[in-house]
Every structure is written in C-alpha cells, then in structure tokens.
Write a protein that binds this ligand. Sequence first.
Ligand SMILES: C[S@@+](CC[C@H](N)C(=O)[O-])C[C@H]1O[C@@H](n2cnc3c(N)ncnc32)[C@H](O)[C@@H]1O
Length: 211
Amino acid sequence: MTSDVRNPVFARLFDRFAAKDKGRGEDALRDELVAGLSGRAAEVGPGNGINFTHFPASVKELIAVEPEPYLRRAAERTAESVPVKVRVVDGTAGELPLEDGSVDALVVAGVLCSVPDVAAALAEFARVLRAGGELRFYEHVRSKRPGFARYQDTIDHVWPRLMGGCHPNRDTLAAIREAGFEVERVRRFGFPATARAYPVLPRILGSARAA
Ligand SMILES: C[S@@+](CC[C@H](N)C(=O)[O-])C[C@H]1O[C@@H](n2cnc3c(N)ncnc32)[C@H](O)[C@@H]1O
C-alpha cells in the first residue's frame, strides 16, 4: 500500500518545530503520554519518531504507521537508536495495516487534527485495538472559551494550507467519546504555557478504553 499523504514542506520543518517545543518542556508530556504502556503497541502518525524514545521497556513491539515518505524515513532512522523494538510501516489512520484486535495500545499525538475524517480514523483505531485496549492521545483541540474558538475558526481558513492539513479547531475529545471510547483520564492545559494567541494552544492529554 502507498499512502497519498505528502507534505514535503511541513515534513522538513517538523524537526525545527519539535526541537522548539522540546525546549519548552514538551518531553515531560510525551513521557506522560506513553507511561505504563505494555505489550504490543501502535503509534499512528509518529512523524520523525519523536515519541519512540519515551516508550517504556514494557512495550515489547511498537508498530509505527507513518504515511508521509520523508517523515517515514526519518522515523526509520530514529527507530534504529531506541531501546524499544519499532517497526515503521506505511499506512494512514483511516486504513491501518493491522489486524482486528491486534494491539494492546494505540498512541496518537498531533495527528487527529490532520486526518481527513476523524470519525473514520477513530473507528479504525477501535478496530485494531483489542477489547479493553487503550487509546492514548495528546492533541491540540478546539478551545472551550467561545472567543478563542471563534479565533481558531478564522485561522482555520489558512492554517491547514501552511501546516500540513492541520485544523486548529477540532473538538477531538467529543469525537473520541462519540466513537464509543470510554475516556478514563484527560487533562486540559495550554501549551506552550506562556503563549496567549497561539491557535494550537489548547491541548488534551489522556487515555480512553476501547469497548
Ligand atoms: C504534527 S505531526 C505529529 C508528529 C508526532 N506524532 C508528534 O508527536 O509530534 C502530524 C503527523 O501526522 C501524520 N499524518 C497526517 N495525515 C495522516 C493520516 N491521514 N494518517 C496518519 N498519519 C497522518 C503526518 O505525516 C505527521 O507525521
């Protein structure tokens, strides 16, 4: 399968954005995202593999599904130097190259903002997770403050064209619930903490169980 997700400009800028956020304390959030996971896990849209080093040793196999060719190659290089066994494969959130009920956990970070159909992606996550498996998410979302949400709606007219299809104004937590996941834990916060008008400031980080 060859995915048609190609964002060559965004893909090449990704390292720079990620390094900046790392310096702002995002590493601790990435640790929290995957803490305590075990068994067979999948990460969808891993980018350059920035989360790989955060997975605990209790994860015995990580299948990383990355559609963007430049980022997939970067993820393959990252996979060579991390303790957890990682297999990087092509695929999209809407069509994962994984069997039904085949993973104990599925991780997404900064991905549900960019997929073309959030409900279809979440249905696919539910398909590949075993019953009771865990969806871990760290996503930027629509603000709960109406004024800020309106600002995000305005920015959304241009932001996806500059940022690899990313929409700043999605209510991703509601979508996770609507997809039938039971949200067990979620934390809302702004990142970077010092930013004020950053369109992707409102974030959620948490865990939900597949039915
Ligand atoms: C902002 S980056 C996030 C990368 C990384 N997960 C992180 O934590 O920083 C968005 C990622 O989602 C991927 N992506 C975009 N559309 C996708 C899709 N339809 N299915 C799966 N991944 C997708 C991009 O190629 C990129 O790797």
